[in-house]
Ligand binder design. Structure first.
Ligand SMILES: [Zn+2]
Length: 486
């Protein structure tokens, strides 16, 4: 096993390897485009560690990397660390984007803050675990994904491939605080058609821009209505905004097509599909005498609901406090890979060194004091502490999470195994309490629609005669109901 580079050098090596996401543009030079240079470098470092590592091709030349550490002892819990490999483009930067210059305690360059520092810190913490194999540590999956800055393809592929853990931490600059919630975003193109003709006889054509003007006015009205709908207590109101309009070729041609880009911010409980249906219904209700289309632009980023991550927030928070002394837990206005992880049923928070204020800027930098091994508050130390000292939550907490969500997706094989070991560890009052809390939040328990979606591991199935996760959970809840606990 080769020694890992010291963190500042590791970060410099990552910054020197361009991994620009074109974000829909076609004018980015090939020698800085896409993530492969960073992927190759990280893969080599992980192979140096002697751990299992695999590539997951997301698009030609764009691979996720997944490495796993399995401790020699039974792991009390599993955790996934995830960071994206891509950066935004480098136009108009006033520092050398790939120079990794260090000055005044700062390292400059594209991606230094967002999020190569976070990725480097995770690698250092992972390497330390592999090397020292401390007793009681977690099983850790370290994942580096592509395309976070544009359409979230990498994280979607990762979760689709079945990668799971009891908990997950997604790297983004949070100044070593915990981010547990954000809105989702979906973008649509609204399009009207017309019939082109010479503008000297406009009556012979159909003006697509006039049609769009009426639609846009309706969207403006709709924006006020959407804003007035019940807001999320943490994240605030739903919003919608028209950001760009295109149409027409010249002043002397009646335009045959007009498009607008619409940006809709989603709150927990909403999906891209429900948002689209709501808007379509509103527009149809206006009775326009012409057709129009609403098309989703690319994959949506779902909202990050804090409901699932309470346990993780308090455990990681305790670790941060023990090292740094304090931290905050707060929502952010921007989207991250975390919500896709949460949608797969894995409790997740966002955490990392650096300040989001420096992300995507013309002189992007990171304060190296958050990386120096000698500094007690360094992020790598925090993650290492977390993966070693986070005690496995009691079965009842895990079951409570599943009960609150009433969702088989929340039941990972790790949870099942622990419940399977001692089914009687389930304490009735806590489960009941969780359901009451859920009611108090104004959400009636949902019907379990995904019943049977997750197969139970064979040994557990044999022990309890059940085939699916919810078969194991639901009878317990039904039993409570029969006994009048709720
Ligand atoms: Zn980022």
């Amino acid at each position: 096993m080769r020694n890992m580079l010291p963190l500042p050098q590791l970060l410099a090596e990552l910054v020197r390897r361009p991994s620009v996401n074109p974000m829909g543009r076609t004018d980015i030079p090939a020698d800085i485009l896409y993530e492969s240079r960073v992927t190759d470098f990280l893969e080599a470092r992980l192979r140096d560690l002697g751990v299992a590592v695999r590539r997951q091709t997301v698009r030609p030349g764009r691979d996720n990397l997944v490495a796993t550490y399995t401790p020699p002892h039974p792991a009390p819990f599993s955790v996934m660390f995830e960071a994206h490999q891509d950066t935004v483009p480098v136009d108009e930067m006033i520092v050398e984007p790939f120079g990794a210059k260090v000055e005044g305690g700062k390292l400059y360059g594209r991606g230094s803050c967002d999020v190569k520092a976070g990725g480097a810190v995770m690698l250092a913490a992972f390497a330390r675990l592999v090397k020292e194999k401390p007793a009681g540590s977690a099983a850790v999956t370290l994942a580096y994904t592509v395309d976070e800055e544009h359409t979230f393809l990498g994280i979607q592929e990762l979760m689709k491939s079945g990668v799971r853990a009891d908990y997950a931490i997604v790297a983004e600059p949070t100044l070593l605080n915990i981010v547990n919630a954000h809105k989702g975003v979906v973008r649509w193109v609204l399009e009207t058609q017309g019939r082109a003709c010479h503008s000297s006889r406009p009556e012979n054509g159909v003006n697509a821009i006039y049609r769009m003007a009426r639609l846009v006015s309706a969207v403006e009205e709709y924006a006020a209505q959407v804003r007035a709908l019940p807001a999320d207590p943490v994240l605030g109101p739903r919003t919608i905004s028209v950001g760009r309009i295109t149409g027409g070729v010249s002043a002397n041609t009646v335009p045959d097509v007009c498009r607008v880009d619409v940006d809709r911010r989603l709150i927990p409980g909403e999906t891209a599909e429900s948002g689209a249906a709501h808007l379509s219904e509103f527009l149809k209700g206006r009775g326009f005498d012409f057709p129009f289309t609403l098309t989703q632009l690319h994959a949506a980023c779902p909202p990050l609901d804090p409901a699932l991550s309470g346990e993780l927030v308090s455990r990681l928070g305790a670790t941060i406090n023990s090292v740094v002394g304090k931290h905050t837990v707060h929502p952010v206005p921007f989207g991250t890979d975390a919500s896709t992880v949460a949608n797969a049923g894995v409790p997740v928070v966002v955490f990392g060194p650096g300040d989001i204020a420096q992300a995507h800027t013309k002189d992007e930098w990171i304060d190296l004091s958050q990386l120096e091994p000698a500094v007690p508050g360094n992020a790598s130390l925090l993650l290492a502490e977390y993966q070693i000292n986070h005690p496995a939550p009691a079965d009842v907490n895990l079951l409570r999470i599943a009960a609150v969500r009433q969702d088989v997706g929340a039941v990972t094989p790790g949870i099942l195994q622990r419940i399977g070991e001692d089914r009687h560890a389930v304490e009735r009052p806590l489960v009941v309490d969780a359901l009451r809390q859920r009611e108090n939040r104004g959400r009636a328990p949902r019907r379990i629609e995904r019943h049977g979606a997750e197969r139970v591991p064979e040994d557990v199935a044999e022990k309890f005669g059940v085939a699916f996760a919810m078969d194991l959970i639901v009878p317990t809840l039904h039993e409570e109901a029969r006994h009048g606990f709720f």
